[in-house]
Design a protein around this ligand. Sequence first.
Ligand code: ATP
Length: 296
Amino acid sequence: MTNAVVKAYAKINLYLNVLGKRPDSYHEVEMIMQSISLYDRITLKPAERISVSTNNPLVADDQRNLAFQAALLVQRNYPFWPGVEIVIDKKIPVAAGLAGGSTDAAGVILGLNKLFSLNMSKNEMLELGAQLGSDVPFCILGNTALAKGRGELVEEVPPCPKFWVVLVKPPFGVKTSVVYKNLNLGGKKKENGGITKYIKALENKDRGYLLKNMFNLLEQSTFKLYPEVEKIKRDLNKLGAEYTLMSGSGPTVFAVFNDYQEAFSFKEKIRNFYTHVYLAYTVNKELIEERVKFYE
Ligand code: ATP
């Protein structure tokens, strides 16, 4: 029987601005999202019912798992297959601001579409994804994208040039809702049009501008709630990383480099101080297109 295996890539935010609070209590955001080479490996095997298991004890092996919910949602729309066994080899840290759960959900939608020849269009998958979480549509699209609304309205932008990224995660997770709740929208704001300039720099492959103008409005809120996260950023800067940013609502902080050697040496150095350190690169369109593979 044919099975599918999916590389579900993590994301970072190169730019994250919050425009205001909406009547539905979500926040209106504008973000530049980027897939990185850190991924969960998802195996999908046709089965009599839907089941999920992972190698991470922090992640539920039942309906609470977003990957399970994704399979259920697809089945509700295409009920002719009885089930699927979902096995997730998790490498993306949990509650880290790297969209670990969202990318697993996206991976299941993409994988089931191919495994059972559902012929869902990209737009149909994006719509299903949005029902599961704000970051799921981006994880379906992948590569480099502009995300608006509560994050679910995604569109392709010119791809980011290849950068190397060293990520550092403290030994605790962060709840996105708490970070937004504590956000002071009267505080440090990005000027209007900042994201348009950032997209222009993507178009021009202006590496210098892209590095110097990375931005995340949520840093102020997370740093206040968790001073340890601000300390990571300070440590990275002190140890020689020039361009650093928190991803999403945190707590992962990343440093960006043009050059592999430089990133590798920096990773080795930082490992003397922190336990959860990852080296990755920005993923391009070719890798995104090859995420789902079959095997017997
Ligand atoms: P985001 O960047 O989208 O805000 P995150 O990376 O901060 O997400 P996740 O790793 O997705 O956070 O974890 C958030 C919560 O989702 C955790 O409480 C976790 O238990 C739950 N969860 C459900 N399904 C999964 C999954 N497949 N992988 C990881 N976490 C999951």
